[in-house]
Ligand binder design. Sequence first.
Ligand SMILES: C[S@@+](CC[C@H](N)C(=O)[O-])C[C@H]1O[C@@H](n2cnc3c(N)ncnc32)[C@H](O)[C@@H]1O
Length: 237
Amino acid sequence: MATESDSAQEFYGRWARLYDLIARRTPGIARLRKRAAAACRLEPGDTVVEMGCGTGANLPFLRERVGPAGTVIGIDFTRPVLERARAATAAYDNVHVLQGDATQPPVRAALEDDEGVPGTDDDGVDAVLATFVVGMLEDSAGAVDDWCDLVGSDGTVVLANAARSREWYAPPVNAVFRAIVVLSTPPTMQLRYESDPHIRLDEKIDAAHARLRERAVAVADETHIFGVVRLTGGRLD
Ligand SMILES: C[S@@+](CC[C@H](N)C(=O)[O-])C[C@H]1O[C@@H](n2cnc3c(N)ncnc32)[C@H](O)[C@@H]1O
């Protein structure tokens, strides 16, 4: 039987081209991506990992922050979206796109293995970014815990996710958002039939952002795009 992860890969694989367009062209999205990259608190020469990087829309903003001496690693488990991410970042030799699971990211091995990510020494990961991903993970808070452990003391974890707006003008915005979520959620048995997809998504997103706030000192806590996108950044003690 197909798992949730199989369905997600099949869904994003089939819609990679359309997703890429939405990921880059939605009004307000470039500003959000730039802000998310800034919240990672990167210095030139740093190493940043993007979990579930999709077609790579955040990667140029991260590359801009770490500069030519830094390292950007994008991880995703869907091959067709990765191919788009690779093509979009082919001009940068310090942006690496790896196929892997964001809940078991192949990062340490890649950093230790000169052939995996050339030009890096093993002084660890400075920041993790995950945009529009945690809602797809079975244990979203557990994944945030692992990412906090990966960056360690003084590292930064940043999450951005679309969830129902809490603004005063929320009802029409939320109605549109609910329709988008129903249409864009991979059709797994669990999400479609056991609970309303947007509520299940909201629960996972709430749990992930709450865990980051518990674990880290806030460096960003804001909403974007009519209050529908929440951006939370935290620095580990
Ligand atoms: C909604 S897209 C977001 C892509 C990108 N972060 C962005 O902001 O445009 C979600 C992506 O997460 C990936 N994904 C979901 N669960 C994953 C997992 N466990 N490991 C790796 N990638 C995952 C999917 O393949 C898809 O490309």
